[in-house]
Design a protein around this ligand. Structure first.
Ligand code: SF4
Ligand code: SF4
Length: 252
């Protein structure tokens, strides 16, 4: 067999494989459309109107490893640091979030709190403005690095079904969404679901490792401080500790 014939055969095989992949993707799209129309769901169409309504009331935004990797690659992690927080949810599980700034106090234009170290509970910030939205300029300050969650908003995927998390979003029902755009949005929602699962599995483990490291460092620091105390200071400390132990109320 000549080299040319071999090349032709190889190209044909590759083309066949390509066709198969494309046709598999098409039939997956069709299967999803068919199952949605079977369930009587209306076809989802969306075009963001850039009204920024969601940025003004998003509350805590879930962050994933996808976001952290993007920010590390683009060298912008420091921009997000002041707002990153681990949120312990009522069911005991953890989420890494971008925490909104507390709303301005009455009579204050800056929104600064009286006590800057005082934490505002997340539950009070569920509908507050994203910390990276600039109201005066009416824009996202980090648009190219915006979290995955913002890229798929308001569509969500729970591992089985897609759903709209904000039916008031003015982009829903807007005409002009191409099939390609719909597929991209669905793929982003699927990636978000996968990434959220991944970080929710990893966070409790990381949390324990970091907490243990901090505890060990604190214990080491305390032991070092104790070893540097003079005999006199140590006696005084023992007296203080002895008194405070005696004063503790008996357990009921
Ligand atoms: S996602 Fe919806 S609410 Fe947010 S900016 Fe776009 S149209 Fe407005
Ligand atoms: S990160 Fe940007 S796009 Fe996302 S909610 Fe904040 S301001 Fe809006």
């Amino acid at each position: 067999m000549s080299d040319n014939t071999k090349d032709n055969d190889n190209n044909e095989t590759k083309n066949e494989e390509k066709k198969e992949t494309v046709s598999e993707e098409k039939s997956e799209d069709k299967r999803e459309e068919a199952s949605e129309s079977k369930k009587g769901k209306t076809k989802f169409t969306f075009k963001c109107t850039r009204c920024d309504k969601c940025c003004l009331s998003r509350g805590p935004i879930p962050i994933t490893f996808w976001d952290l990797e993007l920010w590390a690659k683009n060298g912008v992690v420091a921009n997000f640091m002041p707002y990153l927080e681990i949120y312990t949810k009522p069911d005991g599980s953890f989420d890494l979030i971008l925490k909104p700034l507390p709303p301005p106090k009455e009579g204050s234009e800056t929104g600064a709190q009286e006590d800057p170290l005082k934490e505002t509970p997340i539950e009070e910030l569920l509908e507050e403005k994203c910390p990276l939205y600039n109201k005066d300029q009416k824009k996202c300050l980090i648009y190219d690095n915006r979290p995955l969650s913002c890229r798929t908003y308001p569509l969500e995927f729970d591992g089985k079904n897609f759903s709209v998390v904000d039916v008031e979003c003015p982009g829903i029902g807007q005409e002009g969404m191409s099939k390609e755009e719909l597929k991209n949005m669905r793929d982003t929602a699927k990636t978000m679901n996968y990434e959220l699962t991944r970080i929710r599995i990893a966070l409790p483990v990381l949390n324990q490792v970091v907490t243990r490291k901090i505890m060990m460092d604190l214990m080491k620091q305390q032991m070092e401080t104790m070893s540097k105390l003079s005999e006199e200071d140590r006696k005084k400390l023992d007296e203080i500790l002895g008194k405070s132990i005696k004063q503790e109320p008996n357990p009921v």
